[in-house]
Design a binder for this molecule. Structure first.
Ligand code: ACO
Length: 430
């Protein structure tokens, strides 16, 4: 539990008496000034659009030190989890706070594996979407619809119901993502296989063809598993904050996660891996890099170096390093080490990291810079990239939602505003 040790004194230059505000210390990271009583004491609000200096909640799940480039899930460095854990162990850790024992892992894998099927009627639901719909549109709608299919576990005040919903979400997301892919391709849906690992089963549902089942390739399955681990949680990012805000009103978890998926879709967030790969393809050849960098530096061009920059990381995103390593492994396995897009990405990264514009703004590659290249090598079509991210992040969203709901003094999230509109006025009467 956070505890208070210090007091901040806030003085005003207009004669308003100064106020004392508690400073809360977390286990790591910056202290926070508790401003909850500020309005009651002064009649004033704080103003922080974009949450530049505001902690919206307390959490014990994920810790980021953006200056050091450090990411910890429940205290464990991402670099260690990426090597020593698989995705379902990571899910267990995020949900329960500890890595599972052998028996706990077996039980968790078993329960997730046996919930991978979706209600057969979901197929009819899918058929209502246009074939050319973006998979994220299909995913937002179909995950929201889960609350209409699984309303037997929607009592958010019952921990058992929350647990069932968490399992359903983690188990069924890959099935829905694969269905979204196959539907937009006009391919028949493929049922899950319980004898495969979480990631291998996803590849099977994505890529199996009639008479030609997906041949499990351990390097590629491990690469997908790593993508899922690296994207599993990232503390209070935009989509997680969306899930928390939606959930703060008591909305059911499927509806909240549909809201998170909608937020993730934006190009400034989860849509960046798709945008990064499109950008690399638009640049085309290394000789075009200087002109592209010139455009990025021109504020009027509206061009950004996608997959670069982060609100929290002011150092190399640790996930980007692991993703670059995975990229090497996958391209090597597939005999694609001369893949021009990968070479272009490495050259672009090198040039940007030496350029004063990026150095002075502390802009480094984020996880999305290389994840699109890996996903494409795995055979995942570009418009599906953000859906893979959503599938990975579902566990983080549900863990954060569960943490919020479990708090005894949980309140509905209701920000205030600085009003800049017209003063009261009357309608014309004649
Ligand atoms: N390319 C060029 N310039 C950039 C970039 C970029 N990718 N990112 C930031 N900058 C510049 C800004 O223009 C700004 O310059 P200024 O100080 O001269 O005005 C400065 O760096 C600070 O950037 P902000 O936009 O204030 O940073 P913010 O924290 O608001 O934005 C964000 C972070 C949205 C991630 C931004 O860096 C961006 O748009 N990056 C590209 C999209 C991307 O890769 N998103 C993925 C994020 S990771 C994830 O969601 C998993």
């Amino acid at each position: 539990m956070p505890h208070t040790r210090l007091i901040a004194t806030l003085a005003f230059s207009d004669g308003t008496p100064s106020v004392e505000l508690p400073i809360i210390k977390g286990t790591m990271g910056p202290d926070v000034i508790d401003v909850r009583k500020l309005h009651g004491q002064t009649g004033r609000f704080t103003y922080d659009p974009g949450f530049m200096s505001t902690a919206s909640c307390s959490s014990a799940i994920t810790y980021i030190d953006g200056d050091k480039g450090e990411l910890l899930y429940r205290g464990y460095p991402i670099e260690q989890l990426a090597v020593h854990a698989d995705y379902l162990e990571t899910c267990y850790l995020l949900l329960h706070g500890e890595l599972p024992t052998v028996a706990q892992k077996q039980a968790f894998v078993d329960i997730v594996t046996h919930h991978t099927m979706v209600h057969e009627q979901m197929q009819m639901f899918f058929r209502g979407f246009r074939r050319d719909a973006h998979p994220m549109a299909v995913l937002t709608g179909s995950v929201g619809a889960l609350s209409a299919f699984y309303h037997d576990s929607l009592n958010i005040h019952d921990p058992r119901h929350r647990d069932i919903s968490a399992t359903r979400m983690i188990a069924k997301l890959p099935t829905l993502v694969a269905m979204a892919h196959r539907y937009t391709q006009g391919l028949p849906f493929v049922y899950p296989r319980n004898d495969l690992s979480y990631s291998a089963n996803f590849m099977h549902m994505m890529f199996s063809e009639e008479g030609k089942p997906y041949q499990v390739n351990d390097v590629l399955v491990r690469a997908l598993d790593r993508i899922l681990i690296l994207h599993a949680d990232h503390e209070q990012n935009a989509s997680t904050s969306t899930v928390r805000l939606a959930g703060s009103s008591g909305a059911n978890p499927f509806a909240c996660i549909a809201a998170g998926i909608a937020c993730l879709w934006g190009p400034a967030h989860g849509g960046a891996n798709e945008a990064a790969l499109n950008m690399l393809e638009a640049i085309g050849t290394p000789d075009k890099i200087p002109e592209f960098i010139r455009q990025v530096k021109d504020k009027n061009s509206g061009v950004k170096l996608m997959g670069f920059g982060h609100r929290v990381y002011k150092n190399y995103d640790p996930r980007a390093k692991l993703m670059r390593e995975t990229c090497h492994e996958v391209l090597e396995e597939l005999g694609l080490h001369d893949e021009p897009v990968f070479k272009l990405a490495m050259q672009l990264e090198k040039i940007a990291l030496e350029d004063e514009y990026f150095v002075s703004r502390k802009l480094y590659p984020n996880v999305d810079f290389y994840s699109g290249i890996v996903q494409r090598a795995l055979g995942i079509p570009t418009p599906m990239f953000t859906s893979i991210f959503a599938m990975a992040r579902a566990v983080g969203w549900i863990a954060q939602w569960n943490e919020m709901i479990s708090e005894p003094d949980q309140k509905i999230g209701r920000p205030r505003q600085l009003f800049m509109g017209p003063l009261p006025r009357d309608c014309a009467t004649d």
